[in-house]
Design a protein around this ligand. Sequence first.
Ligand code: NI
Length: 140
Amino acid sequence: MEQELTRIGVSLPANLLNRFDTIIAQRGYSSRSEGIRDAIRSYIVDYEWMSKEEGEKIGVITFIYVHHKRGLGDTLTDLQHKFLKLIESSLHVHIDHENCMEVVLVKGDAKDVKTLVERIMALKGVKHVKLTITSLGDGL
Ligand code: NI
């Protein structure tokens, strides 16, 4: 049976929507709605994958943020100090006039890594967060 569709209204910055429209046109989506449904599915898969990870892991958290957003840089630094035991190293890159990128190498329990990633994701002004996880051997 076909699922009932629910309409939602979403407010987005114009440039974000423009870029999204360009991509869904290039990928041949029949409508913006279909592109958004796929993006939401992908977001859910990513989140569920992250939630299932457990045990000792090494990983890299990469994120981009607006550097002139008031207090954001300090908040990100405070957050990393709170997760001191998890963080092995970090690298800050000033990408352009507006954006900074940080690459944070983490080693520790997957649950703690997930918590840190979620805390970073939840901050306003953080545009993109990517987590890459690798297992610590165990014969794999
Ligand atoms: Ni910077």
